[in-house]
Write a protein that binds this ligand. Sequence first.
Ligand SMILES: O=C(O)CCC(=O)C(=O)O
Ligand SMILES: [Fe+2]
Length: 237
Amino acid sequence: MATTDIIGRNSVDWTAISDALDAEGWAVLPRLLDPSQCRELAGLYDAEDRFRSHIVMARHGFGRGEYKYFSYPLPGVVADLRSSLYPHLAPIANRWNKTMGIDVRFPDQHAEFLRRCHQAGQTRPTPLLLKYGPGDYNCLHQDLYGDHVFPLQVAVLLSEPSEDFTGGEFVMTEQRPRMQTRPMVVPLRRGDAVVFAVLNRPVMGTRGSYRVNLRHGVSKLLTGRRYTAGVIFHDAT
Ligand SMILES: O=C(O)CCC(=O)C(=O)O
Ligand SMILES: [Fe+2]
């Protein structure tokens, strides 16, 4: 996989991303969006007509803070990210599934994968905007919305750490069979995206590969406001 442009501006070294995903279960795509794109996307949060639902996390025991799922049609930048990132991630997803002995394979293009989701009744869009204020956090979780799961997802940080907010780090845990859980903190700046495993990934051991279970979340925000855009490739029931 060569270096390519995503949404026409940023070069991504997909070989390095693929290697990092294999090693850690996550990788940073630096400066995927520029500051004005970040501002514009975060600015949509109050545009009620762009969203299909609004979740107040404390009401569900998900943490503290809130998020909204976009409705179709998605904002242009979100739709572009979804369709332009997917073809680079599908080969990694297919390789992981093969290694883990999972029979499911993913098509080359996102539109084709969405057809599979929609035919199975997973028709509702999953891309979302999240908003956190002081004291807010997002409990460790996995974004599963039905039987069809694309095993990688992306989150773009839309606010600038230290300037717009403090605390509020993107964290992941990796639960390994018969071993203690590994914590990870993903360093992000505004406009950076993290691509990460939704549920499982293969890890190479001395006697072949084994499967680990991953979760992601956000540590408590201390000050300010933090916005994120989540890009999930499967749709929801
Ligand atoms: O706010 C974050 O960084 C995490 C967002 C999240 O859970 C997601 O995009 O699925
Ligand atoms: Fe999530």
